[in-house]
Design a protein around this ligand. Structure first.
Ligand code: LMR
Length: 334
């Protein structure tokens, strides 16, 4: 009788194990932007590749537009293992103590996406991603969106135009200093609250790439957009390290390949998506586009370039200098 009980028990365990073995590995991927943006599209592209290439052994659940977690919450959720993947604006990782990830916020550090790719997709970027492991994150990739523009209800042509404006910013000490250098009052606000903040006047303006400005309809509550291209907007694709290290080796290798191909996809669509968003804003909204003269652009650069040395103690002089070398940075070049 006892032997029979053991056999029945083992059979039940084997059955449970086989059911468990058939359960897909769930990856919750949370982000704060609209689906029709480079990051939104890349999250869905990764989902497709991951599910197809693992033949259903992995299921990716994408939660767009802050539908699961808002800005600050999402990095905490990743830490707790409540979500498995994120792609926050790189400087939002300062909330995890990664101050050097603010380097991408330094005004005018890149003057083209190609220059940015040399850094983010090369050895400098690889070294930065590796550092995330100490904080319990697996740094998977950099997704290079585009350059930021600035919206407000007054035309912004010179630093003096910013005086006294309440400008919404992401939680970056560099962007805080940038707005103060322009005479504005920076206000950190979650991305999901920006439209209402602009509509109610809680803030007077904000900065983002055109794809975010268009998909969040900021043009409905902002009269002007100045094409400053003053700073680079890139994302760090991260996973919860305990989760990623715990994946079966064959699954992890397949997902690493899906990450590589999704990064190539993201970096191939970003500029066009932002150009298309600008065209939509021009065609469908009353927001006036302010194009700066060479002199006006030089005025912004002159007012902001000092942040590079000001933030050496925070970001690290070596990292900044390595980027200069990699891109032949010229502080006087516009
Ligand atoms: C913002 O908060 O303005 C952006 O970082 C949103 C995003 O993820 O592009």
């Amino acid at each position: 009788m006892k032997f029979r009980k053991i056999v029945v028990g083992l059979a039940a365990l084997a059955c449970a194990a086989s059911v468990w073995a058939q359960q897909p590995i769930i990856i919750k991927f949370s982000h704060v932007v609209a689906p029709d943006t480079p990051k939104g599209k890349a999250a869905e592209y990764f989902k497709k590749l991951a599910e197809e290439r693992t033949k259903g052994r992995v299921k990716v659940e994408v939660f767009a537009n802050s539908s699961l977690y808002k800005d600050k919450e999402e990095t905490e959720a990743l830490n707790l293992g409540a979500v498995q993947m994120l792609a926050p604006l790189s400087s939002k990782l300062t909330s995890m103590g990664m101050n050097e990830f603010q380097v991408f916020d330094l005004p005018y550090i890149f003057d083209s996406l190609d220059q940015a790719h040399k850094v983010t997709q090369g050895p400098i970027g690889k070294g930065m991603l590796k550092k995330l492991e100490a904080k319990g994150m697996t740094g998977l990739a950099f997704w290079d969106n585009a350059f930021k523009e600035i919206t407000a209800n007054v035309p912004l042509r010179t630093p003096a135009d910013f005086k006294g404006l309440k400008m919404r910013i992401t939680p970056s000490k560099v962007i805080d200093a940038q707005m103060r250098a322009l005479g504005a009052n920076p206000q950190v606000m979650a991305f999901s609250e920006v439209y209402l903040g602009l509509q109610t006047g809680a803030v007077d303006g904000q900065e983002n790439p055109t794809s975010n400005i268009e998909t969040q309809k900021f043009y409905e509550v902002q009269k002007y957009m100045t094409m400053t291209d003053h700073s680079f907007h890139n994302y760090t694709l991260i996973a919860n390290k305990k989760f990623w290290d715990g994946l079966p080796p064959d699954i992890r290798a397949t997902l690493d390949g899906a990450v590589r191909d999704t990064t190539t996809y993201f970096n191939s669509i970003a500029q066009k998506d932002n150009d298309d968003a600008l065209a939509k804003i021009k065609a469908n909204s009353k927001m006036q586009i302010v194009t700066l003269t060479k002199e006006e652009k030089a005025g912004f650069k002159k007012a902001l370039i000092k942040l590079h040395t000001q933030f050496e103690p925070v970001i690290g002089r070596d990292l900044i200098q390595s980027i200069y070398r990699e891109t032949n940075f010229d502080p006087n070049k516009l």
